[in-house]
Ligand binder design. Structure first.
Ligand code: ZN
Length: 433
């Protein structure tokens, strides 16, 4: 097995004295201290937040763990107060609206150097799966300047790898034609969209696509299984969010969790209730701190994602840590009569069925779980519906009303704003949104 290309890249960028966890931690601690000092001096938000913190008293990572978290709500509320550079140095502003509600936007700011750092990570991260013999198609927002598609294309160009930025999947026929004509071997896309494509156009995955990189949303195990079932396609997972500078980590060829962009980001896993760090191997919430960000450094930013560090070293032989594939967002769950229904559990059940192209999930009044299934055609849908009900009932043994709707696909995937992550909507009155 080849050691993740991220290892040498990180060792070079950090000028590590030795390829070891200790050396990397020492580098990260130094960078954390610089970030704290920089943010406290330059950003209005952190000047206030850190005003009682004596930076000279922080002498270890343990001390650093006492610094308060930064939350997505704080970015929504204080947006530009986070910015550390002058307006003219801002190269790109990304507005995120994960809920689709007005007034719920987060604005993330980047300088030219911030974008260059992302390109650098993409260039070396993509080496985990592609080389100059590949042609990549990106089904993510682009090709506008500074978009994720644009940065990925620039990154691949540095390695001499051809890349077409298609944008989010909308017209399946046109896309299939584009894949055929350009001899695409690798797709980078949103998990549910790539799965949709593989179910509507399975032949593309037999004939052309041998590698897939999934990004922007968490990836259920059943989805990876469905994409790799025919044995010709390797499915890699990328972990990232705009706040991280798009990129955060990527799987090596072992496909057993991500190695992280540890030269630019310091990751922690914490207990979401107490805020205390959990031991390696235990699940918790992913928290990260930027180490080199100019425009908008973030300190102990709470991602809301559930994951854990694996305790065993990766089989690729790297000294880098491995974070297990993210399990979804902690809050992506509803309670019915005190029992938890998590989106991941439903995903693992529903993605198992090849004839389901897509679905939406919500809990409505009277504690009814609504499942809307999108099928290629409605023939045999009665038997399918019965089987779906059986599997859901088998998994969740407490009493609740289950309502399943079946719709025929109209060949237009419904993800209009691609960065919206899938959610289990709770539409009950008084429900926590
Ligand atoms: Zn590895």
């Amino acid at each position: 097995m080849i050691i993740t290309p991220l290892q040498n890249w990180i060792a070079q960028r950090t000028q590590l004295a030795s390829k070891s966890q200790d050396a990397l931690r020492a580098y990260q601690f130094e960078k954390l201290m610089q970030t704290l000092a920089y943010a406290k001096t330059k950003s209005r938000f952190y000047r206030e937040r850190l005003k009682e913190v004596d930076l000279n008293a922080i002498t270890s990572l343990k001390d650093f763990e006492r610094i308060a978290f930064t939350t997505p709500e704080e970015i929504k509320k204080h947006g530009s107060d986070f910015v550390c550079v002058s307006h003219s140095d801002i190269e790109r502003i990304v507005t995120l609206n994960t809920s689709g509600t007005t007034g719920d936007e987060k604005r993330i700011f980047f300088t030219q150097e911030d974008l260059e750092a992302t390109i650098d990570f993409f260039q070396h991260g993509m080496k985990c799966l592609v080389d100059a013999s590949d042609t990549v198609m990106v089904l993510l927002p682009g090709p506008a300047y500074g978009s994720i598609g644009d940065l990925l294309q620039k990154a691949l160009a540095k390695s001499g790898i051809q890349c077409i930025v298609h944008g989010v999947l909308s017209d399946v026929e046109k896309m299939a034609q584009c894949i055929e004509e350009n001899h695409i071997t690798c797709i980078v896309g949103i998990p549910m969209q790539v799965l949709y494509l593989s179910r509507v156009k399975p032949e593309l995955f037999y004939r052309h696509i041998t590698k897939v990189l999934l990004s922007t949303d968490y990836v259920p195990d059943a989805l990876v299984e469905a994409l790799s079932r025919n044995g010709t396609c390797k499915v890699f997972n990328h972990y990232g969010m705009t706040e991280m500078g798009y990129g955060g980590g990527v799987e090596c060829a072992c496909l057993n969790g991500y190695h992280l962009r540890e030269n630019d980001l310091y990751f922690e896993i914490i207990d979401p209730i107490s805020g205390a760090p959990v031991k390696d191997g235990a699940y918790g919430e992913v928290v990260f701190t930027t180490l080199n960000r100019q425009a908008m450094p973030l300190i102990r930013y709470k991602t809301g994602d559930r994951a854990r560090f694996l305790t065993k070293p990766c089989a690729c032989g790297t000294f880098l840590r491995t974070m297990e594939k993210v399990q979804g967002r902690i809050e992506n769950r509803v309670f019915i009569h005190g029992h938890e229904i998590h989106l991941k559990a439903l995903d693992e059940i529903l993605l198992h069925f090849d004839s389901i192209l897509d679905y939406t999930l919500s809990v409505e009044e009277n504690n009814t779980l609504h499942v809307k299934l999108i099928l290629a055609n409605k023939e045999r849908s009665v038997a399918l519906k019965e089987e779906v009900i059986r599997r859901i009932r088998e998994h969740f043994t407490f009493e609740f009303t289950l309502h399943i709707d079946v719709h025929e696909d109209d060949r237009s995937p419904k993800i209009t704003q691609s960065m919206i992550k899938r959610t289990l909507h709770d539409n009950r009155q008084g429900a926590k949104v």
